[in-house]
Ligand binder design. Structure first.
Ligand code: ZN
Length: 175
């Protein structure tokens, strides 16, 4: 396994619409393993393949069980989702505002409106169909990652972007 460099917005790959994953071969499995290692090392809660300069529709989401395990980011903490070709098939009308950050835009934070609840359809790392229901900040992480696959960054849709520490009493997701 290897830790991959995370690219920043000056790299055009981050702004491209990524290609669908077609094969679930050894090369793809290595990419998945490397992305997991990169996400744990960062540390972050989500990573999309374009962030490591691979223009494929693949996201890794690591949701901690609670805030404590989020801090520690131990190998076993939380639940890990590997989703190829993810699609949002259902989204609540209700939107919630929250603070986000992005591993590709270090040092910045922004306020973004996201659907409160979503249902995602996609394929697991073996290519088998999966369906995931997410709400609140988990839904936020998935929406942030899926946006990456279309070349969209949270700063494009944020109502406010700032540098430095997150505002008090607000959760921040780095993905
Ligand atoms: Zn991001």
């Amino acid at each position: 396994m290897a830790i991959l460099p995370i690219i920043q917005p000056d790299n055009p790959i981050l702004r491209k619409k990524a290609h669908k994953v077609q094969t679930f071969d050894d090369k793809f499995q290595t990419l998945v393993d490397d992305m997991i290692e990169t996400l744990i090392d960062a540390p972050g809660v989500g990573l999309a393949a374009p962030q490591v300069a691979v223009s494929q529709r693949l996201i890794i989401v690591r949701l901690p069980d609670d805030e404590e395990s989020q801090q520690e980011f131990g190998e076993e903490a939380g639940k890990l989702y590997v989703v190829a070709n993810p699609e949002i098939v259902k989204a609540s009308k209700d939107m919630v505002e929250g603070v986000e950050a992005c591993l590709s835009i270090p040092g910045y934070f922004g306020k973004v409106d996201r659907h409160e609840k979503i249902t995602i359809k996609g394929l697991d790392r073996e290519g088998k169909p999966i369906r995931i229901k997410a709400q609140d900040w988990q839904a936020r992480v998935f929406q942030h990652e899926i946006d990456h696959l279309d070349g969209r960054l949270y700063i494009d849709i944020a109502s406010e972007v700032w540098r430095g520490e997150p505002q008090e009493d607000e959760e921040t997701e780095v993905s």
